[in-house]
Write a protein that binds this ligand. Structure first.
Ligand code: S3P
Length: 433
């Protein structure tokens, strides 16, 4: 049981300084899983010390994998090989993490033993048929509770490859199928309606698994081996997003965010903010651990509303709470469509953001797949994050430009993706308590 934690965010002055945001959540989850299934020892640096990624580490430990923590942000994973995991009758608790549960469902579908994956109240409401149905086409047997967790993954099922076209763009579903594909006879191919983050594909290649991938399509055959490798996790663009919006909307601000992961399937918000008039520069662009990274320099600039190009939606799927705050602070109207997936994230992010922004006096109209936001003044008031980390952090940003105190309820889950947010934010000029 997580203790309830509430915040207040107060308007303050300009934001300044260097902000080092923690490691990427998606890359951290995957590095643990591939490290566990590899032959040999993998050293992970820049690992996200969040509750979500720690839950994945704990699950792998329950399955017999030794994972050491030589220092904060580092893990040493002693791989057990593709067939070395040990079954357990204990429940495997993924906490709040959709990525953890969906990827593990694929990975566990190919094992010889049964497993039960459970999650917290929010994860227990999230749809799982999107992974269990295609996995069943591969021969897996996974029981759900009417499509929801817990997931009971039956072991000992012979898997075979399929070619599957995803009905919705989802890197989690794609990755679950590719992980099951490691254990399948023949070829597993995943085709996406729009390319999504390709960390699983890149990392499989780095761990020596033959894989063929281009944006929107990935293909592998089963029954090779993974070779341990070291992973450098870049800083999480989704965590940087709150500071990109904050510095853009607070007059006089200038922040530098070093070594942020800039995988093009993650940086849609950068383009959206630039379309709104933001001043964000990338410096020192380089490659680290097979991923593009760079330092982001963001300065205040007056923002204006936009009609968000729908093609950007999958590339900024986690950044909409932050974008909604930018839109509320901008001049004019912002229209978002084609983002129905937001309704099945850690919360219904369209409904929760609409309720919260309205409580702060912002005019926002919901659509089934988006919202129309009238930018202008943001007032003080009380909102509830509904236990959603990104909603809590977005309203902390809104509080910087509100003309009164913003009270934010239920913020404990910020620790799932961004431990230390409060300290980092206050260090550059937020007034968050
Ligand atoms: C993720 C994929 C996205 C994203 C999530 C992380 C991943 O989810 O929202 O935070 O690491 O693969 P979907 O696959 O549901 O779009």
């Amino acid at each position: 049981m997580v203790t309830r934690l509430d915040w207040t965010s107060q308007p303050g002055g300009a934001l300044h300084g260097d902000v080092r945001v923690p490691g990427d959540k998606s890359v951290s989850h995957r590095s643990l899983m591939l490290g566990a299934l590899a032959d040999g020892t993998s050293h992970i640096r820049g690992f996200l010390e969040g509750e979500d990624t720690r839950a994945t580490a704990a699950v792998l430990q329950q399955l017999g994998v030794r994972i050491d923590t030589p220092a904060d942000g580092e893990r040493v994973v002693h791989g057990v090989g593709l067939h070395g995991l040990r079954g357990t009758t204990q429940q495997l608790d993924c906490g709040n993490a959709g990525t953890g549960m969906r990827l593990l469902a694929g990975l566990l579908a190919g094992q010889a033993f049964d497993s039960t994956l459970v999650g917290d109240a929010s994860l227990s409401r999230r749809p799982m048929r999107r992974v269990t149905e295609p996995l069943a086409l591969m021969g897996a047997r996974i029981d759900t509770q009417d499509g929801l967790p817990p997931l009971v993954v039956r072991g000992g099922q012979p898997l075979h490859g399929i070619s599957y076209t995803l009905p919705v763009a989802s890197a989690q579903v794609k990755s679950a199928l590719l992980l099951a594909g490691l254990y399948a006879q023949g070829e597993t191919e995943v085709i996406e309606p729009h390319p999504t983050r390709d960390y699983t594909e890149r990392m499989l290649a780095a761990f020596g698994w033959p894989i063929d991938f281009t944006p929107g399509r990935a293909k592998l055959t089963g029954r090779h081996a993974l070779r341990a490798t070291n992973v450098d996790v870049p800083a999480d663009f989704s965590s940087a997003a709150f500071f990109l919006v904050a510095a853009s909307i607070v007059p006089g601000s200038r922040l530098r965010l070093p070594a942020v992961g800039l995988n093009p399937r993650r940086t849609g918000l950068l383009q959206a903010l630039r379309l709104m008039g933001a001043d964000i520069r990338i410096e020192n662009e380089r490659e680290s651990g097979g991923e593009p990274v760079g330092d982001l320099l963001v300065s205040h600039a007056p923002l204006h509303g936009i009609e968000l190009p729908e093609a950007l939606v999958p590339d900024m799927i986690d950044e909409f709470p932050a974008l909604f705050v930018a839109a509320a602070a901008a001049r004019g109207r912002t229209v978002v469509r084609g983002a129905a997936e937001l309704r099945v994230k850690e919360s219904d992010r369209i409904a929760c953001m609409a309720r919260g922004l309205r409580a702060l006096g912002v005019s926002i109209e919901e659509a089934p797949d988006g919202a129309t936001i009238e930018g202008g003044a943001i007032g003080g008031g009380s909102i509830d994050s509904h236990g959603d980390h990104r909603i809590a952090m977005s309203f902390a940003v809104a509080g910087l430009v509100a003309n009164g105190t913003v009270h934010i309820g239920d913020c404990a889950n910020v620790a799932t993706s961004f431990p230390g947010f409060l300290e980092l934010a206050n260090g550059c000029g937020f007034r968050l308590a």
